[in-house]
Design a protein around this ligand. Structure first.
Ligand code: CO
Length: 134
């Protein structure tokens, strides 16, 4: 059911510093910051040959990233995103198998203007999983 690894997301306390490190130290192809108010984050993408890295920083007081950074002050891996062909079919199969979908269970529009869902980390070895329909 799951396909390619679309991206690895890393929460960072200082987006400009993290973007500069990926650009200047690691030599990555780094995008400009993009605010995503619906998700409470500002995102920088690093394009790699086989996948992407998403650097996430909090946007707004209700950002879901604040709690993560409180527990991980220097930042850390926040989620993995796997591609699926049909997000509703994937959700129904996961829910039938006992997995928990975060929020109201309906796909939202994600960082790449595609439908996404998040799965509870306790159901997947402590890792928050995002599914993106491609
Ligand atoms: Co993501």
């Amino acid at each position: 059911m799951i396909g390619r690894l679309n991206h690895v997301a890393i929460a960072v306390p200082d987006l400009a510093a993290a973007a500069a490190q990926y650009r200047n130290v690691l030599g990555g192809r780094v995008s400009e910051p993009l605010d995503q108010p619906a998700h409470g984050v500002t995102v920088v993408f690093v394009e790699l040959p086989n996948t992407k890295i998403e650097l996430l920083s909090p946007l707004g007081a209700d950002s879901p990233i604040h709690g993560f950074l409180a527990r991980n002050p220097s930042g850390g891996m926040h989620h993995l995103c796997y591609e699926v062909d049909d997000i509703l079919a994937a959700r129904d199969r996961l829910v039938a198998g006992g997995a928990r979908v975060l929020g109201d269970g309906e796909p939202k529009t994600g960082a790449h203007d595609k439908p996404v869902l998040f799965l509870h980390p306790k159901d997947f070895s402590g890792t928050l999983i995002e599914l993106e329909q491609v």
